[in-house]
Structures are given as C-alpha cells and as structure tokens.
Design a protein around this ligand. Structure first.
Ligand code: 3NM
Length: 219
C-alpha cells in the first residue's frame, strides 16, 4: 500500500466522543489533513446493526470526498457490506490469512501488533500494514497492556523495513515526531484528535509535526 496514506491515521467511534457527533468530528479531522480513517465502534453504547451500517456508509462517503481510505475495525462483514477500503483486526480477531481471503487482495488489511514476532506473523499472513503499540499509556483502549515504548517501532522497522507501519497508543502532538523518527510511516490516534478542543486545528498541527519529522527536521 501507499505508505503516505498512513501518515496521520485517525481512529474513532461514537463511544470516544461524548456529546460530539462523529460525522462532524470526522469532517473537521479531514479538513485538518488526516490521511486515513478507521471506524472503531466499541464499548458500552456502541451502535450495532443497521444504525452502525448507516454510520459506516456516511463515514465512507465523507472519506471518499477527501480521497482518504476508510477502514473498518474488526467487523469484516460490515467492511464488505459497505465496500470499505479495508479492515483492521487485532490479535484476537481471527486468523489473518482467513480475513485476507475473505476480503480479497485489493482491500487494505491492517493488523494490531505488540511485538516483532506479531509483526512478522502479520506480514507473512498478508497484512498491508501493522499498528505497533501501545507505545505509551492510553486511556482509549481497555486492556491495552503495558506500553511497549517507541523503541519497538525501530525494532520492527529493522526486521521488516518494507512493511508500512503506524505507531499507536498515547501519541500526542508532542510525541508524534519521536515516533516518526523511530521509522514509523505514521501515527494512529484517537484522543489527540477526538478530544481536542479544535479538532481541525489539532489534526493540522499534528500533520505539520509529522511532515517535518519525516523530512528530518527536529521539533
Ligand atoms: N490500539 P489514543 S492502543 C485502538 O496498542 C488502540 O493496539 C492500541 O488511542 C494498540 O490515541 C489504542 O487515544 C488506543 O491513545 C489509541
């Protein structure tokens, strides 16, 4: 896949947003320059069934307008039903090769990984990219586990230099540069954008940090 699409990967679901409307937040984030979006509808009060499908279709439409890939978390059937650009699965969400078979070779397949071994397995099974984390403490994922630290990004890059990869977990505007300098293609975030006072501005600022760090400028 095109690694540049992973530069600023925004993840959200309705349960991350309190009173905010997901489509409003997504639109602001798109205006601010996010390069990929994942719908991750999880936890208490998560939408299901037709309501979730409708939301997914609306997110896809919005992402299409900005030419940003729309990825669905976990729910392979939903991703297929709405013709999403891809699926992202965790270590417990089924067999990676089976998911690849189900979605076909043209769709993006992302896998959450927590070690070099996980990343090698995901790559062998047909993942287009991996998420590596949690790099730092995060309140956005239940049972996220002990932070692995940004050093794991460098270790994965050393072993799998061609594999597109995003760092995830507790990444803020201040920490994003470090993650890129360790060799990540980009950063994946929930709270740094979803909880920002000004979503568009937060996305734009983070994109700026990433662009500068990618060209080797220290921030
Ligand atoms: N996956 P925030 S950490 C969805 O380590 C997710 O695989 C993680 O949210 C992993 O940017 C995480 O608010 C939460 O920390 C990321």
């Amino acid at each position: 896949m095109d690694k540049s699409k992973l530069q600023l990967y925004f993840i959200a679901g309705t349960t991350n947003l309190g009173d905010r409307n997901l489509l409003d937040v997504l639109q602001a984030a798109l205006k601010g320059g996010i390069t990929a979006f994942q719908l991750r509808e999880k936890g208490e009060g998560a939408l299901q069934g037709d309501a979730l499908k409708t939301l997914a279709e609306q997110c896809k439409q919005l992402c299409n307008e900005y030419k940003v890939p729309f990825i669905v978390n976990d729910d392979v059937d939903l991703a297929i039903a709405v013709d999403a650009d891809g699926v992202h699965i965790g270590q417990e969400d089924g067999d990676i090769a089976e998911v690849r078979k189900k979605i076909g070779s043209d769709k993006i397949l992302g896998v959450s990984t927590h070690s070099v071994t996980d990343a090698m397995t995901a790559s062998d099974a047909g993942a287009n990219y991996v998420g590596v984390g949690p790099l730092f403490e995060t309140a956005s994922k239940e049972n996220a586990g002990t932070p692995v630290g940004p050093e794991l990004v460098r270790q994965v890059v050393n072993v799998l230099p061609g594999l597109p990869m995003v760092g995830i977990g507790g990444i803020t505007e201040r920490k994003a540069g470090r993650v890129i300098r360790e060799g990540a293609s980009g950063v994946a975030v929930i709270s740094a954008i979803a909880h920002a006072k000004d979503v568009e501005q937060a996305a734009r600022a983070m994109k700026g940090v990433i662009t500068l760090a990618s060209t080797g400028v220290e921030m």
